[in-house]
Design a protein. Structure first.
Length: 182
């Protein structure tokens, strides 16, 4: 076996750590997840996708995250059976060509805009005061990236410490922030 593919539809993303501990040489990839007509609250979806896919799966040794489907039309298609009301990362209106960026787009952007191919996950604290985090070091330029999700109902103040410097920040409840520095 050379790899494990994970989906988000049941269970707890934390199980990825248990599998990694048992099989540390096997690569893990988060290969499928989708929002849809059953999940309509943007803020709740953003917290889920960032917390489970971007933070949870990469803290659980996933080397990548992919969503199902990348693009769908205004009728949630095309599809050949299966989920009839899944949401794409983007929706493309088949008549006008207008593109709507869905919540999954914004969740993925927190990583895809800043974490470059070849980056490695580095140490970060998590679940402190309701804050979930994951940090990376980009191989190409040495920059560091920290993604923070505040799962608490109210604002949480925190400090980012790196190389003897400190960033102080207050993150509103339910919000996500991404930091990148040299």
């Amino acid at each position: 076996m050379s790899g494990v593919a994970w989906h988000c539809y049941a269970g707890d993303v934390g199980v990825q750590n248990q599998v990694h501990t048992a099989y540390p040489t096997i690569d893990a990839y988060f290969t499928e997840c989708s929002g849809g007509g059953w999940a309509t609250v943007f803020g709740d979806n953003l917290k889920y996708f960032v917390g489970t896919l971007i933070i949870g799966s990469t803290r659980g040794w996933a080397k990548g995250v992919a969503l199902w489907n990348l693009a769908l039309d205004e009728n949630d298609g095309p599809h050949l059976g299966g989920c009839g009301n899944c949401r794409g990362v983007i929706t493309i209106n088949s008549s006008t060509g207008f593109v709507t960026r869905n919540v999954e787009y914004y969740a993925l952007a927190h990583a895809s805009e800043f974490v470059r191919p070849g980056a490695h996950r580095i140490a970060s604290s998590t679940d402190v005061g309701g804050l979930q985090t994951v940090a990376f070091k980009n191989a190409d330029d040495g920059t560091k990236v920290l993604i923070v999700l505040n799962t608490a109902p109210g604002e949480v103040s925190f400090a980012v410490r790196s190389a003897g410097k400190i960033i102080l920040y207050a993150l509103p409840g339910g919000a996500v922030a991404t930091f990148r520095w040299s």
